[in-house]
Write a protein that binds this ligand. Structure first.
Ligand code: GLV
Ligand code: MN
Ligand code: MN
Ligand code: MN
Length: 408
């Protein structure tokens, strides 16, 4: 059983044309026309292999290789096809194409798996257009009810619920299936998005788990005024209070061990005019830590810290995402390590700093992830790169792991 390096690379490069941006980047936001086109392209490769497509109420797309015992719970493998606004050619999409390549290698080797193997493309993992990310996998696993995000709007005011309905209408030729089932196991291949594998010249990361994440949306409401006439002492300046809030948060999040991650990545100011005092400032918080206790203690202190820091304005703080730290199944980790060793690939165990759909599968089935090296550790950037041979090695390991899991 051998995956094809050339075929997988060619597919990756064809996908990269959908939403291509300067510098080899990709901008393919969830539920856009480009997202629909990428799904059609995937189907154009899967259908000739005899894989059975289906789509659920959240737009999660499945491609099923039937097993010899169709009643058994299937093995699931895949990732996401949406990208960051200034993303690269590999984050997410490689995991879906690696699953396709592995399944194709299994078919070509004449292996008839006992359990069905299903490739999955989860809806809206990145959260760049509709926040938060991982909506497809959160809804699938029952972590949140499917209607939770219907009213979330993108920058153009389009609703998630409407854009999802548009996608499902465009895919009315694909059989619908009920949302959620219990897989036998889930394996997600992904680029590392960090520098560790490259630094040690290794091919495969056996992912041990994922740190927890909490996202918040903060809105600070003040009062608009004329920049030339309103005395500072009488202002309710939303920008100035936003700065006070962020400074106080930096103090709350101080961590001498440098393990904690705290990011204000998105800031909006209204009316956004040089000579008008802003009456609304909005910013995002992305807070991560591998320990649930730290995530709870400091995360729960965020709202009070903001309220305590404001001088003249009022704030509303909304938590939009809460992913618990996840530990992957030891048997799947062992299977990945054994597959790498059998192929003669260098591998090491490592945790994931990025969140992934796999985090939400952990509570419902044995779950694991396979990492491949990221050049320079770069991701969420057009310069994101993993070589053809690195992507092939990752898919080869996945193929072995899938054969083993589907026999069990
Ligand atoms: C996923 O893209 C993350 O932000 O970790
Ligand atoms: Mn990803
Ligand atoms: Mn990403
Ligand atoms: Mn991600």
């Amino acid at each position: 059983m051998r995956v094809s390096e050339a075929r997988q690379w060619d597919r990756l490069m064809q996908m990269a044309r959908l939403g291509a941006i300067p510098g080899d980047g990709v901008n393919r936001a969830a539920l856009t026309d480009l997202d629909q086109q990428s799904r059609r392209l995937l189907l154009s490769w899967a259908m000739p292999l005899g894989l059975q497509p289906s789509v659920d109420a959240l737009g999660n797309l499945f491609l099923r290789l039937e097993g010899t015992e169709p009643g058994l719970a299937p093995v699931l493998a895949g990732s996401h096809m949406d990208s960051q606004p200034k993303g690269g050619r590999f984050d997410g999409i490689w995991g879906v194409l690696a699953a396709l390549e592995a399944v194709q290698a299994i078919i070509e080797a004449g292996i008839a798996p006992r359990r069905a193997i299903e490739i999955v493309a989860w809806t809206n993992e990145e959260g760049g257009r509709f926040a938060p990310g991982c909506m497809g996998s959160m809804g699938f696993s029952g972590f949140r009810p499917p209607g939770t995000w219907d009213d979330v709007k993108d920058r153009d005011g389009l609703r998630f619920g409407d854009e999802l309905a548009r996608l499902l209408a465009a895919e009315s030729d694909i059989p619908r299936r009920p949302l959620g089932f219990t897989p036998h196991a889930y394996v997600e291949p992904h680029i590392e998005q960090g520098p560790l594998l490259e630094a040690e010249g290794l091919d495969i990361g056996v992912v041990t788990g994922i740190q927890g994440s909490r996202w918040f949306l903060v809105e600070i409401a003040g009062k608009t005024d004329h920049a030339g006439t309103a005395p500072l002492s009488l202002r309710q300046d939303a920008v100035q209070d936003m700065l006070r809030a962020i400074n106080a948060l930096n103090a709350l999040m101080a961590d001498p061990t440098d393990v904690l991650r705290f990011t204000v990545g998105r800031v909006e100011v209204f009316p956004n005019s040089s000579n008008t005092v802003a009456d609304l400032a909005r910013f995002s918080i992305d807070f991560r830590h591998p320990e649930a206790a730290v995530l709870t203690e400091r995360g729960d202190a965020i709202a009070a810290t903001i309220h305590g820091a404001l001088k003249t304005c009022r704030a509303t703080v909304t938590e939009t995402f809460h992913a618990l730290p996840a530990r992957f199944d030891p048997a799947i980790q062992a299977a990945i390590a054994a597959a790498a060793q059998a192929e003669g690939y260098g591998a090491k165990a490592l945790p994931s700093g990025a969140f992934h759909d796999a985090q939400f599968l952990v509570p419902i089935c044995p779950t694991g992830m396979i990492f491949i090296p990221s050049r320079g550790g770069i991701s969420h950037h057009p310069a994101e790169y993993s070589s053809a041979s690195q992507t092939a090695r990752g898919a080869q390991v996945l193929a072995r792991v899938l054969v083993q899991l589907a026999a069990g």
